[in-house]
Design a binder for this molecule. Structure first.
Ligand code: ATP
Ligand code: MG
Length: 256
């Protein structure tokens, strides 16, 4: 099925359990389930979960991570934020810096931006030619297939905000002293290329949505909905993985 971003209203709330209050109550419940499932995953030490979060600037990646993973045992959970590659990183293939960050057995790893930047921002800003970025779709599919074959469940989420909501959030970042540290005039330049980014996102999502690693486009203008939707995707994946506490170890017979 081809995803068309233009058909997904960023302010919509598909599948929400009710209005804001009801959805927030459901989010609390899901959080309890997540805590339990993550503990089982860690104890089982067999499978792992990778959550890939992509969004335009001010799309809500940080807030989602904070709200979804509150209460999760930090042992067994890691977050990686991928920024502009260093010169050293650029000397290698684009997955070189990504692979060591993928989860080991029992772990939950969250990518705040990811290898997808290498078919998004690099494409829109013309950092590499098409002959370099286009083959990356296939390279990414193969890479994720390899991770899945090794026991990693991959959940990829694009937080889909509207241009208007982004402008509102930029204004808050500019004017609120507690948020100003997130404000970057550079983001305003990037926002000029909104349509190019949407085209790049749409193609990337369609080219790399596989059975192993499907994309989910989550309408994200309303934070209460976004939190519930991402939490639901994560708990559904973990529920399906059905992690179990290991059988109690045979501690042997007591020496007499
Ligand atoms: P926020 O949404 O809160 O602004 P952020 O994820 O944008 O957080 P920043 O430090 O503002 O964090 O920006 C990181 C920048 O690094 C982004 O502009 C992103 O596009 C860029 N980046 C990440 N990976 C790559 C890459 N492989 N090549 C080029 N640029 C990249
Ligand atoms: Mg930014």
């Amino acid at each position: 099925m081809t995803i068309s971003l233009g058909d997904i209203d960023p302010s919509s709330t598909p599948g929400a359990p009710g209005d804001r209050a009801a959805t927030e109550a459901a989010t609390e419940e899901l959080r309890g389930r997540l805590v339990d499932l993550q503990e089982r995953l860690w104890a089982e030490h067999s499978q792992s979960l990778l959550l890939v979060l992509q969004a335009m600037d001010a799309g809500g990646k940080d807030g989602t991570i904070r709200k979804v993973f509150t209460g999760v045992n930090p042992q067994g959970c890691r977050v990686y934020s991928f920024k502009e590659p260093s010169r050293h990183e650029l000397d290698h293939d684009f997955l070189w810096r990504i692979h060591p960050c993928t989860p080991g057995k029992g772990e939950v790893v969250i990518f705040n931006r990811s290898h997808y930047e290498d078919v998004l921002v690099t494409r829109v800003l013309d950092l590499v030619p098409e002959s370099t970025w286009r083959p990356r779709y296939r390279i990414i599919r193969d890479f994720e297939h390899g991770l899945a074959a090794a026991g990693t469940r991959i959940v990829k989420v694009m937080l889909h905000i509207s241009k208007q909501e982004q402008a509102k959030r930029f204004a808050v970042r500019r004017d609120d002293p507690t948020k100003h540290w997130k404000y970057s005039p550079h983001d305003l330049d990037m926002a000029q290329q909104w349509d190019d980014f949407m085209r790049a996102y749409e193609e990337a999502v369609n080219e790399t949505s596989t059975d192993d690693a499907p994309w989910h486009v989550v309408p994200a203008d309303q934070k209460w909905y976004r939190n519930w939707a991402v939490l639901r995707l994560v708990t559904d994946a973990l529920t399906d993985m059905d992690p179990r506490y290991p059988e109690s170890k045979d501690l042997g017979t007591k020496a007499t």
